[in-house]
Design a binder for this molecule. Sequence first.
Ligand SMILES: *Cc1c(COP(=O)(O)O)cnc(C)c1O
Length: 443
Amino acid sequence: MVERSSFGFETRAVHAGNIPDKATGARALPIYESAAFVFQNSDDAAARFALRKYGEIYSRIVNPTVAALEERVASLEGGLGAVATASGLSAEFITFIALASQGDEIVASSQLYGGTITQLDVTLRRLGIVTRFVDGTDAADFEAAITERTKLVYVEAIANPSGEIADIEALAEAAHRHGVPLVVDSTVATPVLLRPIEHGADIVIHSATKFLSGAGTVLGGVIVDSGTFHWGRDRFPNFYEPVPSYNNVTWAGNFGQYAFLTKVRAEQLRDVGPAISAHSAFLIAQGIETLPLRVERQVANTRRIAEWLASDPRVEAVHWAGLASHPHHALAEKYFPNADSGSVFSFDIRGGREAGRRFIDALNLVSHVANIGDVKTLAIHPASTTHAQLTAEQLREAGIGEGTIRLSIGIETADDIIADIAQALDAGEASQTDEADKTDGEA
Ligand SMILES: *Cc1c(COP(=O)(O)O)cnc(C)c1O
């Protein structure tokens, strides 16, 4: 099995977790579409159920195709292991509820994916788990929000869509001073550009729907654990309490550095059930094989397009930390090769909501969809779509204006993407002029 970390990143992207199929010799990853797996005998079945023996039982908890995906992502992130889920949001949910219960708290950045903010602020709050949202990226502000009930600190490495960069090293130090793990959503960064565990993060989450899959075909999520966080007895008592449904094992006592991974799989994935299908896992594992090539092209295109937009008078501001003018450029230089902070960014068009709407409607090559990380270039107007559930104040806190357009740059020819954006900016301007003429005529 090719999983040794001495292999290069690109080699592991192609080979980690995948071996030629023992039964048939198939070189591609087999899709094991089976809900359940035959036990060798009664003793074997009992041992697997009691977690004394690792093995397949039922695909809600373990599936061989899914296991290959888990191993591949864990290898690329430099983690101990991973648990894959049906979507990014379910990866977040089972992570949160594995660590926090009623009365507990989460400290999170206010600059998060809209669905994450709502999960924390509505659904988890309703369950009695309270999130304290912190503005900005100053680790001291996050540290000040930590109380004795805090179970995790949550940030996005590159915030979607504001493009803010998390100072992972400073945040990890602040969280660890209080015995709290740092959990990083690294969806937009991808392990090609950044591996949060190398900077002190404890758990990494991906919406595999995005860059890992790369083709916009499936939903999936992955939770990667570094395996190095010490789950303190006082802050995480349920890591030390007997688990009756598994013969009174304790997560920390019986599973050591695998405590969190075993708990989140054997308890949260089992009880909540957001398992990823073998077919989806196959598509994502296959997508990862070309992840390094895709991301390299996407950030090269992004740099050209961001610089071009920044020089266009119809554009008010470009929010990409790869540009020297961005307030987080120093953080981008610290965390990303060549300061290339991913290929999802936003810009503000002059003329606000109406100009933004016209721009979107005039696009031809660029698709208007609620997704990111595709090989195709995508655009959306967050204020009326992905972040429409947020209040005006939350919008402002998430760094989104009325005329903000989010772009996810694909792998097409850069000149073609620029030409489409240019004609859409023209169309927006022209229709504004028409409106002005018409008004003048009527007056
Ligand atoms: C899309 C996204 C999510 C949610 O993932 P789904 O797979 O859509 O459930 C979470 N975080 C970020 C940064 C995202 O872009």
